[in-house]
Design a protein around this ligand. Structure first.
Ligand SMILES: *Cc1c(COP(=O)(O)O)cnc(C)c1O
Length: 341
């Protein structure tokens, strides 16, 4: 038994999902003739109360396409210093869109409306890049699964409207935030211009992210996806997995959150742990006491077939997910308790 807590991307399709994949009707999606992809896109757009959605192979590609839709080369976007679009998409912001990032020193990956306002370059001051987009992340990845308050997002939207800025949400784990805070998808559709939602994280599909937005802005999305090499043919088999995930595997995220909170609670009580970040969803970030060797700890877990992530700067990360069973959970908790440093 391997207990893989490195990420919620490691899940395999459930039996129900495999059935859905096997029974999918497909067609050539580059001609927009794949009925299952079309159904998934329609479902996601209406779930968020927006006009259109487009299926992408990865979350990075969906975010990169969104940034391209919102910006022109030489312009600047505003994001938190830990943002996935800045740190973990291979420099795509500059490669694909010729855009720079103004990094904000936020709290656990989240920024405020005040910070957004302070970081907008004056539009008439032609020496500095023109600010044209704000990218938020919910939940935050490097911020330990932290969730925004909807009120703050609405304030950020107001700043964007007053300054003619687009507002994109990297919602790789948006469903985790919505389940944890009992929110309504439509609230997000109302506020953001574009939203990316990963189907391959906690939702458990093998691949795929949907970019959702309103038709005026999204008109060019299919061309941008083609340029990035993301036009796919009979991809309805994978869209079927995504549809299944959205229809059957959203509510169970609550289970992942419960396990994550139990892990966090135990870690807080252990003498070899210095600090645990507040745990709101399925990500637990924690730090060992400074005089202890982090690598020894990771290796000791690995020797027991338990895998966790080292995020650098002393951050250790555990992510709960569908394939992390209750049995694995008790083995992991027992192993943490028994660890001798
Ligand atoms: C996983 C993730 C993505 C997308 O990653 P891909 O591996 O390209 O699908 C985007 N944003 C955040 C915050 C993520 O955690």
């Amino acid at each position: 038994m391997i207990i893989d807590l490195r990420s919620d991307t490691v899940t395999r399709p459930t039996p129900g999902m495999l059935d859905a994949i096997m029974q999918a009707q497909t067609g050539d999606d580059v001609y927009k003739e794949d009925p299952t992809v079309n159904a998934l896109e329609h479902k996601m757009a209406s779930l968020f109360g927006m006009d259109t959605a487009l299926y992408f192979p990865t979350g990075s590609m969906a975010n990169q396409a969104a940034i391209k839709l919102h910006t022109q080369p030489s312009q600047q976007l505003i994001c938190d210093k830990w943002a996935h679009v800045y740190n973990y998409e291979g420099g795509g912001v500059s490669f694909n869109s010729g855009v720079s990032c103004k990094l904000v020193d936020g709290h656990r990956g989240m920024i405020t409306a005040k910070q957004v306002l302070e970081n907008i370059n004056p539009p008439d001051f032609y020496h500095s890049p023109l600010t044209s987009l704000v990218c938020l992340e919910n939940t935050t990845n490097k911020g330990g699964g932290a969730c925004y308050e909807l009120d703050e997002i609405i304030k950020i939207k107001k700043v964007c409207q007053e300054n003619s800025l687009g507002l994109h949400l990297d919602g790789a784990r948006l469903m985790n935030a919505i389940v944890a805070n009992k929110e309504d998808t439509k609230h997000y559709g109302n506020v953001f211009d574009t939203i990316s939602v990963c189907l391959s994280k906690g939702l458990g599909a093998p691949m795929g992210t949907v970019l959702i937005g309103n038709s005026l802005l999204m008109k060019n999305a299919i061309r941008v996806r083609k340029v990035l090499g993301g036009g796919m043919r009979q991809v309805g088999f994978m869209a079927a997995a995504g549809l299944y995930a959205v229809e059957h595997q959203v509510d169970r995220l609550e289970e992942d959150h419960k396990k994550a909170k139990q892990i966090a609670l135990l870690l807080e009580s252990l003498s070899y742990i210095k600090k645990v970040e507040p745990t709101q969803t399925n990500i637990v970030i924690f730090y060992m006491q400074e005089d202890l060797n982090q690598e020894d700890f990771i290796n000791a877990l690995a020797a027991k077939n338990i895998r966790i992530s080292d995020m650098g700067q002393g951050k250790l990360r555990v992510v709960t997910h569908h394939d992390y069973t209750s049995k694995m959970h008790s083995v992991f908790l027992d192993t943490l308790t028994a660890y001798k440093h």
